[in-house]
Design a protein around this ligand. Structure first.
Ligand SMILES: Cc1cc2nc3c(=O)[nH]c(=O)nc-3n(C[C@H](O)[C@H](O)[C@H](O)COP(=O)(O)OP(=O)(O)OC[C@H]3O[C@@H](n4cnc5c(N)ncnc54)[C@H](O)[C@@H]3O)c2cc1C
Length: 436
């Protein structure tokens, strides 16, 4: 195994998550020396996640991961549950044998596996080391300073996650505002394999993802989730930090409410709590992307706010942005040019990829969602359940009368101005997603 001993290398990558590992392995595969610095005792030890990883972007970095990596389950069932206090409407989609599936994984194991592969391909992995600051000379990033030492490199790639203090140090971004992050809390609950399969209607290593709307999230901008692992389920929720602060709510209280909802409680009944964790999720999207490159430096993944929150996608954006940063570094090394102009290629290539295209498509999502969150995440969720309650209740009232009453109450409760504002927001959003 190679050691990082002479304090000088070609590229330093900060952060051993999906973005950093993808960047580092891309550079090592091109035959360059690259050092990956991770603050945790091993890659993945600090990472919190739902979650699902997606086969197609994973295969771009690890073509054989489906045979080799510690995967929990192949997700075949996707359930979207609209909750109100004690009701739920669940839409369920099931598939098998799709070309590009998703898998549930446990990041502690999975990131560690990815880091091991990176090491096998020549990446010098330095764990249990925190990068405190970036070293700058003549307006170029020339290395990093850890607790103990200074290390120098031609290029530094920042993949240090949502808090990226390093991006802040060099003025790439400001402190994140509470409205641009969600606070997510999660529990891993142990259940045996047969119980999981029975409760979630699965066979063998099939998996199920629940996305949960409304209910305990109290009309705030947020979503809940359940992912099935081999012998545990991950359950959690993420809610905008601004709304939590405004309502003075504790996220674990919301999670407790979610766990005791009548639709959710039977799924986790009798399980043993294995782990509790909390983490921030970037929500600023396209409009809050930081500066992505400068002389001797690029920034990828969560550190660059690259999360598609509507689709719960983050690892794929992290991996592909890391890979593109790695490819840009390889080109720069071939030319011996580490200038801002040379590294601007990173942004150009990102713009041609799904990463930037998707972030751009959803650029107005968070603005509109913030403005109308109580409507979309509260009122309409309750009304969906109200509709099914009306539809499924048999009474000696003529159906036409029931339908008319439902519509009349719906308009009356909401009031026409609010309905107009909701419709306006929805149309603006659809326009920006589908047309321009
Ligand atoms: C609850 C939750 C559920 C999620 N579910 C999903 C999901 O189902 N699917 C999905 O695709 N995404 C999901 N995401 C998002 C996904 O986890 C992130 O987008 C992804 O992990 C980003 O990868 P990254 O490499 O950019 O950052 P991270 O995974 O955060 O990795 C950053 C790494 O940098 C290290 N680090 C930080 N600072 C330093 C420093 N100064 N020095 C050294 N090392 C440092 C950290 O220890 C960490 O290992 C979820 C996120 C949360 C919080």
């Amino acid at each position: 195994m190679r050691e990082f001993s002479d304090n000088k290398t070609e590229v330093i990558v900060v952060g051993g998550g999906p973005a950093g590992i993808s960047a580092a392995i891309t550079i090592a595969r091109a035959g360059h020396e690259v050092v990956l610095i991770e603050r945790g005792s091993f890659a993945g030890s600090k990472n919190v996640f739902g979650g699902a990883i997606y086969a197609q972007p994973m295969r771009e970095i690890f073509p054989d991961f489906e045979r080799e990596a510690p995967i929990e389950r192949l997700n075949v069932a996707h359930k979207y549950a609209i909750l109100s206090d004690d009701e739920s409407t669940v839409i369920s989609y099931r598939h098998k044998d799709v070309e590009n599936p998703s898998y549930s994984v446990i990041r502690g194991k999975f990131d560690r596996w990815m880091a091991e592969q990176a090491k096998k391909e020549g990446v010098i992995l330095v764990e249990e080391t925190v990068v405190r600051e970036l070293l700058i000379e003549n307006e170029k990033v020339v290395g990093v300073k850890t607790e103990l030492e200074e290390y120098f490199a031609n290029i530094v790639i920042l993949a240090d996650g949502v808090n990226s203090l390093l991006a802040k140090q060099i003025g790439f971004r400001d402190t994140i505002e509470p409205k641009d992050v969600a606070l997510s809390v999660k529990e891993v609950i142990k259940l045996n394999r047969e119980t999981i399969n029975e409760r979630f209607n699965l066979a063998d290593d099939e998996g199920c993802i629940y996305e949960l709307f409304g209910g305990p999230m109290l009309g705030m901008l947020g979503l809940g989730f359940i992912y099935t692992n081999k012998e545990s389920v991950s359950i959690g929720l993420g809610v905008g930090l601004d709304a939590l602060a405004e309502k003075n709510l504790k996220p674990y209280e919301l999670l407790d409410a979610l766990k005791s909802h009548p639709t959710i409680a039977p799924l986790i009944k009798g399980g043993e709590l294995l782990e509790y964790s909390a983490h921030l999720i970037p929500e600023g999207g396209y409009k809050k992307l930081p500066t992505l490159f400068g002389a001797g430096v690029m920034i990828a993944g969560d550190a660059a706010m690259m999360v598609n929150n509507l689709h719960w996608e983050g690892t794929n954006l992290a991996m592909i942005s890391g890979k593109i940063a790695g490819e840009t570094a390889v080109r720069a090394l071939a030319r011996g040019d580490f200038s801002e102009k040379m590294l601007s290629r990173y942004q150009k290539d990102l713009e041609n990829s799904f990463v930037m295209k998707d972030l751009k498509t959803y650029r107005n999502l968070m603005d509109e969602a913030h403005k109308r969150s109580e409507s979309f995440m509260g009122y309409y969720m309750r009304e969906v359940n109200g509709f099914f309650k009306m539809f499924t209740t048999v009474e000696s009232i003529p159906k036409r009368e029931k339908f008319r009453k439902f519509i009349f109450d719906f308009v009356k409760k909401r009031n026409i101005i609010e309905l107009f504002k909701d419709a306006n927001s929805a149309i603006k959003l659809l326009w920006s997603i589908l047309i321009k």
